[in-house]
Ligand binder design. Structure first.
Ligand SMILES: Cc1cc2nc3c(=O)[nH]c(=O)nc-3n(C[C@H](O)[C@H](O)[C@H](O)COP(=O)(O)OP(=O)(O)OC[C@H]3O[C@@H](n4cnc5c(N)ncnc54)[C@H](O)[C@@H]3O)c2cc1C
Length: 444
């Protein structure tokens, strides 16, 4: 039988590939096994007309230094997200436009909205980034959903509606589905509510020319990746681990599992992991998002003084941005169906009509006649089971989350869900992969 590898990495998303790269650079023999027929996981870039568009992860922000550094090292250039012009707000059937960061929703609602944003950021600052379950009052914060907290603490309907829009945009779920403590941790990890929500000086500040999937493709060219190899079982003994995939069995001294916790559910683990680890896997579902891109002969929204950014409580489209090419060769809008609207529109033809109708309500009738249209339903992706990220409903963070990064014998956990900083983002995926590789090297 062949010599065991020093390490096998399960999952060729950005996190697994960053782990493999670090191990390889340290002189380790590494193999990566990937279920899909491609690398990149939750990033997916493809040509649409004159441009390469992103159907998965897309933007990077000013404080996301790991992903910026990686892009630079790999020769991937970035460009600023277009945001000149007014934004659109659709709330309770009424459309308005605004400039600046906060929409015009009436004085009382505006005051309460701003006060609540400050309050959320103050509460988030008390959350421990590395061990959020140790936060003072963790159990009380974790016992409620974000939705119930907003219902209790925000009186003005419009202020609450805007906060719910922001929560859906950031987490891709309904506020009622998410633990309030998990939301506060996410804000803390990402640098605050406005940092996560905005374009300028925020998480949507820049895009990658040629698409975000390139990062994984370029990393994969430097390591040994086996595609079409879903891992079905991981068996560990005192001195090695066996990784059983659709393409055979690999032996290794250590294994890094770089998939979201929900995807570990499909693997048979021997011997049984600790019960709380099993519980985490069973109790951390993914969010719901469908990303839709439509190209147009003209940027008609810009001609009307609009930036292409919109947020809405109505219609299937909850969030939209200008998605035009960096060199002006193509004009496009990107729209997100999030939470309940992502799970409601299952049928592709009806979805296309509903999305274009919604974009027309936000930006003008021309939106109904795109040159090209494509969408990606992440809830239907077998090897993601939803997106953007694994979510903890109430009660999970304080009972099981301490097992997120805790190695299980010779098995180490990566993936953006295990990140301390920029959890849920590309940057967090890199942090997690590099941290898991450091653990493996230290355990030699
Ligand atoms: C629509 C959308 C928009 C987003 N927008 C942004 C954004 O603008 N900016 C940002 O920073 N982030 C964004 N994200 C999140 C970002 O894409 C993720 O944080 C990041 O890609 C996660 O990387 P990962 O390596 O941790 O996980 P993944 O990319 O999920 O990688 C896990 C890999 O494991 C594989 N796998 C699963 N099960 C098995 C198995 N049994 N055997 C073998 N392999 C398996 C999967 O196929 C996958 O390739 C977005 C995500 C989506 C979907």
């Amino acid at each position: 039988m062949a010599e065991p590898f020093d390490a096998v990495v399960v999952g060729a998303g950005l996190s697994g590939l960053c782990a493999a790269r670090r191990l390889r650079e340290a002189g380790q023999r590494v193999a990566v096994v990937e279920a899909r027929d491609r690398v990149g996981g939750r990033t997916l870039s493809r040509r649409l007309g004159e441009d390469v568009i992103d159907l998965g992860g897309q933007w990077i922000g000013p404080t996301q230094r790991r992903v910026a550094k990686l892009a630079h090292e790999l020769g991937v250039k970035t460009f600023p997200q277009h945001h000149a012009g007014e934004k659109v707000l659709m709330i309770g059937g009424r459309r308005s436009t605004y400039s600046g960061e906060i929409p015009g929703i009436g004085v009382l609602a505006l005051v309460e909205l701003q006060a609540t944003i400050w309050r959320l950021d103050r509460l988030a600052k008390r959350v421990s980034m590395a061990t959020p379950w140790d936060t003072p009052d963790a159990e009380a914060l974790d016992a409620q959903s974000l939705g119930s907290w907003l219902a209790r603490h925000v009186r003005q309907d419009k202020a609450r509606a805007v906060l719910e829009i922001a929560a859906r945009a950031i987490m891709a779920c309904e506020p009622s589905e998410l633990s309030f403590l998990h939301f506060l941790f996410y804000l803390r990890s990402g640098g605050g509510l406005m940092r996560l929500a905005r374009i300028a000086d925020g998480a949507q500040e820049r895009r990658l020319i040629g698409g975000a999937q390139q990062l994984s493709e370029k990393l994969a060219a430097r390591v040994d990746v086996t595609l079409d190899a879903p891992v079905r079982a991981i068996e560990q003994s005192d001195d090695e681990v066996r990784v059983v995939s659709g393409r055979g069995t690999l032996r290794a001294r250590r294994v890094i599992v770089a998939v979201p916790p929900a995807l570990v559910d499909g693997m048979e683990l021997t011997p049984h992991p600790p019960v709380l680890r099993d519980q985490l896997v069973a109790r951390m579902p993914m969010g719901s998002v469908i990303k839709c891109i439509a190209t147009y002969p003209r940027a008609f929204w810009r001609e009307r003084g609009l930036s292409g950014e919109a947020v809405s409580t109505d219609g299937p489209v909850r969030l939209a941005f200008d998605d035009s090419a960096h060199d002006g060769s193509q004009h496009a809008l990107v729209a997100f169906l999030l939470g309940a609207t992502a799970t409601a529109l299952d049928e592709p033809k009806a979805r296309r009509e509903a999305v274009l109708g919604s974009l027309a309500d936000l930006f003008g009738h021309e939106a109904r006649e795109p040159t090209l249209y494509v969408d990606q339903d992440w809830t239907r992706e077998r090897w993601s089971k939803g997106c953007y990220v694994g979510l903890m409903p109430p009660g999970v963070m304080t009972t099981c989350a301490s097992t997120l990064r805790e190695p299980w014998g010779r098995v180490h956990w990566a993936g953006t869900e295990t990140a301390v900083e920029h959890n849920g983002y590309l940057d967090g995926a890199i942090e997690a992969g590099e941290r898991a590789a450091t653990e493996v090297l230290a355990a030699r």
